[in-house]
Design a protein. Sequence first.
Length: 461
Amino acid sequence: MPRTGGPRGLGNRGEGGAVKRSLLAVVAVAAAVGSGLVPATAGAQQNQGSPDSEIGVTADTIRIAVIADVDNPVRPGLFQGTVNGVQAFGKYINSHGKLAGRNVQVDFIDSKLSADEARNAVIRACQEDFAIVGTNALFLNNVQPLEQCVDKAGQATGLPDMPTLQAETAHQCSPISFAVIAAALDCSTINQHPQTYAARMGQILYYKKQNKDLHGIWVLPSDLKSTINSTTPVATGDVKAGVKQDEDFFKISGQATQSEYTPVAQSIKQHNSTYAQSIADYKSSVQMRKEAKVQGVTSIKVWDCALQCYDAKFLSEGGADVEGNYASLFFVPFEEAKQNKSVDAFLKSIGGKSKADGFAAQAWTAGLFFRDVVNNVVKADGNNGLTRARFLEEARKIHDFRAEVDGQGMLGPTDVGGKKLNGCFVLTQVKNGKYVRIFPKQKGTLNCDSKNVTTVQLDQS
């Protein structure tokens, strides 16, 4: 159901125009069924099938894989946060009722910033795991092994995939992939020229209320065509929202040194730009800020960034040079664990804020989506009815996901099954070396105004 209006709490269902959450009863019943405490409900077929109903499922274990780029010479430890987030999910589930009466075993497979390693990882997961959760492999450019993965019955059902990053359009639009934070591309237009993309603009609307004249530059990661294609809609959406473009988008490699940001800083000085954003990883923003300081840049009113800059490494490596930087998030911030049970459970399961970053939080929400789908299958088919085919069928039905723990979600309502981007966000800013909520003001809330999402037309074939 579409939502309009401003900030709203994610905990109390009676406040802020929030609606009742139908999946709460499903989760509660499924958890109890897993421990043998609830009798079969009307219409449910409890404990049908075999205990080893699918690849990766045994009488006491469900195996899931997390595939991520970690060990590599370019950005060592690049997506370690993703691995930490999925492992935190497994730890939480195994200490809170299990899934379908089984423990969750997390198998980490490193894709190492390699197309071959990513493909091999998917093939291995197909043979050993029920599903993959938290996929974060930049070079996963071949989805054939995902979609043609054969299940225990010998059918090419596909390997259920809950990614945190989808750079390639084929991955974004794959019918067996369900990203909690959907990609920008409207998959119904994938073969059209131009294609249609959704873009978040809530943070831009906020900036423009504070600063009437915003104009500036954007830096996009140039290492792959897919990274350019996936970030261009973001920058284009910012322009459509009202930030004037001073120059063509800068395209800089993720391996660039600080000196390679000199042209960016000089462009800012030449145009007296008031806005700047890198849509690459956090190191890009750090280098841009440091080089801007060297070049004597003083005109910027908004140093913008998103999820990648919500990271302790951004603060430690940037130091005083990243003071004032914004980071817009799609989830309730870690600093507000007291106001949100899902955030609190995440931080406790991962081992505290020092191990948490934006990618870890996104992986955690992917895990909770996996939990909800499994629980829906269990409700209908019993603990032994879990198959990849049934999982995919139920995943497509979830259109109001919030990543809830004990009735409190860390996301706004999200149509994961429909692959639709929502505009819910919270804006933070670095002040005195810490992230501080800027908008909306009330802790534990997100702004989910319908105006926060726009569409742009781009031909990126």
